[in-house]
Design a protein around this ligand. Structure first.
Ligand code: IPE
Ligand code: IPE
Ligand code: MG
Length: 254
């Protein structure tokens, strides 16, 4: 647990994004059904949100349900929706107590009414908080988000609000679901899968990627601290040379 003391608080990632993977396998390895894994996964969510709030991380994005996850068996989808609606409703007082603002990204229209209403209410009730911003990616996929953005841009071009020649990287950012959020600096995926699975493809362009074999229901603050420490040992070059980066950081600190 002492690892938290090794973290350089001046070099915290401003935004951490997590693909919470491995709930189903975790449960099946214990002879339980997949939903049991999702229920246990909620404990990890609580611990990691608390860890980020305590450290002072600005933004935490959790990938909770992808566009592609709608293709899972009906009972799993329904169980997940019920778990989600119930958890969010229960957690609102804790979110407020810890000054956490909830934000949703994804095609929320597709959610069953009871889940959508509860989630939107939780967003409203935490709107004035200005500590950690907790972003839940729900019914989300990056390709869905990009297609949606392109449609909106095309509509605004047609309305004469923007000219095609004026479209640049910032324009596209503005139309994404994450428009008011800085890009993630650290992306963590649990359970030993080494892929992005349609998550924040544009926003992760320069994120540091961290993969761990630990299944999501076993992931706790200490593992988050390990990931942050690993992140802090990396040199982020953004296309420049290592020498340039060393020179820049030397001038920054003098
Ligand atoms: C992640 O765990 C949660 C969701 C995708 C909803 P999984 O359900 O994908 O678990 P595995 O990967 O099958 O073990
Ligand atoms: C990614 O996990 C989506 C979420 C964690 C919500 P999946 O388990 O759906 O991803 P794949 O199918 O293994 O790529
Ligand atoms: Mg999975």
């Amino acid at each position: 647990m002492s690892q938290v003391n090794e973290i350089d608080m001046t070099q915290l990632p401003r935004h951490i994004a997590i693909i919470m993977d491995g709930n189903g396998r975790w449960a099946q390895e214990k002879g339980e059904n997949r939903l049991f894994g999702h229920y246990q996964g909620v404990e990890s969510v609580r611990d990691i949100v608390e860890g980020c709030a305590e450290l002072g991380v600005g933004y935490l994005t959790l990938y909770a349900f992808s566009t592609e996850n709608w293709s899972r068996p009906e009972t799993e989808v329904q169980g997940l929706m019920e778990l989600l609606a119930q958890t969010i409703r229960q957690e609102v007082p804790t979110l407020n107590k810890n000054n956490i603002k909830l934000k949703l990204i994804g095609n929320i229209e597709k959610l069953p009414g009871y889940a959508r209403d509860g989630l939107l209410e939780a967003v409203d009730l935490t709107e004035d908080n200005d500590g950690l911003t907790l972003i839940i990616a729900l019914s989300y996929s990056s390709r869905w988000e990009l297609v949606h953005a392109v449609k909106e841009i095309a509509r605004d071009v047609k309305l004469g609000k923007i000219l095609p020649d004026q479209i640049n990287e910032e324009t596209l950012r503005h139309y994404l679901a994450t428009s008011s959020v800085p890009d993630p600096e650290l992306m963590i995926r649990t359970s030993g899968e080494y892929r992005i699975s349609n998550f924040l493809l544009f926003q992760l362009a320069y994120a540091e990627l961290y993969f761990t074999d630990i299944r999501w229901p076993d992931f706790r603050k200490q593992h988050l601290f390990e990931a942050i420490l690993n992140f802090q040992q990396r040199q982020r070059r953004f296309g420049k040379t290592g020498e340039q980066i060393r020179r820049e950081s030397a001038t920054d600190t003098h």
